[in-house]
Design a binder for this molecule. Structure first.
Ligand code: GLV
Length: 304
């Protein structure tokens, strides 16, 4: 955290450098601004310095080449669970705003107007509508619980059924994915970003949603084919979107800013003091357990 740039970080890992003797490290996504991604160059330097554990503070660890870490015998932990409430409520806010057209209404009010841009025919209650969760892990499940209270109908798609899913969450496997999409009023994206999920929500998937459906994304921007999503907003196939994440953060495609039916947030998913505290404690506990017991408990699935 005290390295101003990548060169300083790499120099610090060399023999006699300021990080000599480090065996485990705590990592936060904000370090990317100065040090860059944890790619092969960084991982080679960490391995040469003798680092054995990266305690990543975050649920998503797509900024770390974890398969290369595995090759180099550097373990990686993340902070599952700690982010669930804050990220699920972010998704919930985006879903309500999208369905009720609240973002457009607020922009009109701030511009000195009142209800001139509001079209009641385009605004919908949540009650009775179907929420499709793409990737029912901790965050998706928390969102499902919140939405179920309205009540919304909850359906989900995972590669395999989640054993923690309550009976009121209907599972749709790969063979029934199209069926699920056709029923969804809202598709909320919760899959991690990996090679296999880049562009997963593509033109074909978007077009299988019913006309007027809403997409919410609190996972990672690259999971959605952004040009395909924009085309669907342009021709009205999508009724609205609620986005907390973008493919090239902190850049936001200016085209998205033009849509009155897009609620946009600057990656606020875990931006609460409660969540940040839980995440820090969880990441540091993993590091402590590695140092005292040889292993942290939140080892990422790739290592299991
Ligand atoms: O985006 C936030 C996280 O991955 O924890």
């Amino acid at each position: 955290m005290d390295s101003p740039d990548r060169a300083d970080f790499l120099a610090g890992l060399k023999p006699g450098g300021k990080y000599e003797g480090v065996v485990g490290l705590y990592r936060h996504n904000v370090s990317t601004d100065r040090i860059g991604l944890f790619d092969k160059e960084i991982i080679d330097a960490l391995a040469a310095a003798g680092v054995k554990w990266i305690a990543h503070n975050g649920a998503g660890y797509d900024q770390i080449d974890v398969l290369y870490c595995k090759e180099k015998d550097i373990w990686v932990s993340n902070t599952p669970g700690a982010v669930d409430d804050a990220t699920a409520t972010t998704g919930f806010y985006l879903m309500i705003s999208a369905l009720r057209c609240f973002s457009r209404a607020e922009r009109t009010l701030r511009a000195g107007g009142w209800k001139s841009t509001h079209k009641p025919g385009e605004a919908h209650d949540l009650t009775g509508r179907t929420l499709a969760v793409l990737g029912l892990g901790g965050i998706g499940l928390r969102l499902a619980e919140l939405a179920h209270a309205f009540p919304m109908r909850i359906v989900y798609h995972n590669r395999r059924p989640n054993p923690d899913a309550p009976a009121w969450c209907e599972y749709f496997g790969a063979d029934r994915l199209d069926e699920m999409l056709a029923q969804a009023d809202v598709l909320s994206v919760h899959v991690p970003l990996k090679d296999s999920t880049v562009g997963m929500v593509d033109e074909t998937m978007i077009r299988k949603l019913k006309r007027g459906a809403v997409i919410v994304n609190t996972a990672r921007g690259k999971v959605i084919d952004e040009p395909a999503m924009i085309r669907a907003l342009e021709d009205g196939h999508l009724g609205a979107v609620g986005l907390d994440v973008f493919p090239d953060e902190p850049q936001v495609n200016p085209r998205l800013l033009d849509f009155p039916n897009a609620t946009l947030l600057p990656h606020m998913g875990t931006e609460t003091c409660d969540s940040q505290k839980k995440m820090e404690i969880r990441a540091l506990s993993n590091l402590r357990d590695f140092l005292t017991k040889g292993k942290g408990f939140d080892i990422i699935p790739e290592f299991k």
